[in-house]
Design a protein around this ligand. Structure first.
Ligand SMILES: [Zn+2]
Length: 157
């Protein structure tokens, strides 16, 4: 999945989780959105794609390091950890929807998996995910905070 697809997918999942648990933590959600594209840094670094950076172990490592950084800057460990860990996990979950299999539990297990719903470079799927993400996030946020436009009630009822 491309950057816009990952952001859209993350928006959908984050909005649904925050809606269900009534916990709109926008600081952590923003960090998670930022990290939702981070694992593809392997492409820029020229190392094996979807290997080290696309595993739960990497997500934990990224969460611990970023949690430590946010703690150093007085922002607390929890937002940094959950944002970076969550964003990385959301990226991995998004890539699982595509064709190219990878080892989610690397280096513990090398068993590769993928759901194969669409190609990661499918323009339509990526754009659709981004548009759906924006709509779902705005809708659930507006609904939970009572700022959803409501039509006037029928005065004759
Ligand atoms: Zn990826």
């Amino acid at each position: 999945m491309h950057r816009e697809g990952h952001v859209g997918f993350s928006l959908i999942v984050l909005a649904i989780i925050m809606h269900i648990f009534h916990c709109w933590d926008l600081k952590t959600a923003t960090i998670a959105l930022g990290f939702s594209t981070f694992p593809d840094i392997d492409l820029k670094m020229g190392i094996a794609h979807r290997k080290w950076t696309h595993s739960i172990a990497f997500a934990v490592l990224v969460g611990l390091v970023f949690g430590y950084v946010t703690k150093l800057f007085g922002l607390g460990f929890e937002s940094g950890f959950w944002g970076a860990f969550g964003g990385t996990v959301l990226h991995i979950a998004g890539d699982l929807l595509t064709y190219q299999p990878f080892a989610l539990l690397y280096p513990i297990s090398k068993k590769k998996m993928a759901l194969g719903l669409f190609r990661s470079d499918n323009v339509l799927a990526n754009k659709f995910m981004l548009i759906c993400g924006c709509i779902v996030f705005i809708y659930l946020y507006a609904k939970d905070f009572g700022i959803l436009l409501t039509f006037p009630r029928n005065p004759f009822r």
